[in-house]
Design a protein around this ligand. Structure first.
Ligand SMILES: C[S@@+](CC[C@H](N)C(=O)[O-])C[C@H]1O[C@@H](n2cnc3c(N)ncnc32)[C@H](O)[C@@H]1O
Length: 221
């Protein structure tokens, strides 16, 4: 099982429509992906409502995207007609890519698949990365996240059918530990060279909820 069809429903209901570039992604690009230029070939997996596209256009890289929900992908293609042949509908887990990329960008997309799908997806993406290419992952959920205790167990690290909070209605949610991430990427042929754990706790209003996720940079070895 890979792409969760629930995403189609989420977008039809107009929820989860993020339209501002994610700040962690912008800072990771500037901190770890430089130098980039018009010949830097970038693949964004799970581009969703296209939140990060204005940022990639502003830095002038050679941008491509793949997204599983056809309704949101079609909407983004309409919004960016100049990119319409570069924004594909497809499942990035099983996709065999014919092009080679310098950067793979993943803002909380791979982490919405189960463990075996992630292993296959990372392998297929690694095969489409040039030697030394980087994979920038932002917001891979952590086993410390309060959501890890919710929903139905799909495998050791994956939950589904969560009915409350940010994961309601989105199908598979995968939660990682540091060791698990290192293993996933090394099995796929990449080495994690940067890894940060982010934890956010609301002080006002005070809740017991913990948001915890990983940001990472991995290089093809
Ligand atoms: C949390 S949203 C993030 C959207 C976007 N990356 C952003 O930062 O705003 C996750 C996205 O990944 C897509 N997705 C998850 N698994 C996928 C798969 N196997 N193939 C294609 N798209 C997938 C979903 O449809 C959804 O649009």
């Amino acid at each position: 099982m890979s792409f969760s069809p629930q995403w189609e429903q989420v977008y039809r209901e107009q929820s989860n429509i993020s339209i501002w570039p994610w700040s962690d992604l912008v800072s990771y690009m500037h901190r770890y992906a430089k130098p980039f230029s018009s010949s830097t070939k970038v693949l964004e997996i799970g581009f969703g409502a296209g939140a990060n596209i204005p940022f990639f256009l502003s830095i002038g890289v050679d941008y491509y995207g793949i997204e599983g929900s056809d309704s949101i992908a079609a909407r983004v293609r309409e919004q960016y007609p100049e990119l319409k042949n570069r924004l594909k509908t497809g499942d990035f887990i099983s996709q065999k890519h014919s092009d080679m990329y310098d950067l793979v960008i993943d803002r909380s997309s791979m982490t919405h698949n189960d463990t075996s799908a992630i292993k296959l997806g990372l392998k297929n993406l690694c095969a489409a990365m040039r030697p030394g290419a980087k994979y920038i992952g932002v917001d891979w959920f952590s086993v410390e996240h309060s959501g890890f205790g919710l929903g139905e167990r799909i495998d050791e690290y994956t939950r589904a059918n969560i009915t409350e909070g940010q994961f309601a209605g989105v199908g598979n949610v995968h939660f990682s530990s540091k060791e698990h991430l290192i293993e996933l990427f090394s099995e796929a042929g990449m080495a994690i060279v940067r890894l940060e754990h982010k934890q956010i706790v609301s002080a006002i209003p005070q809740t017991m909820h913990l948001f915890a996720s990983w940001n990472l940079v991995a290089e093809k070895v």
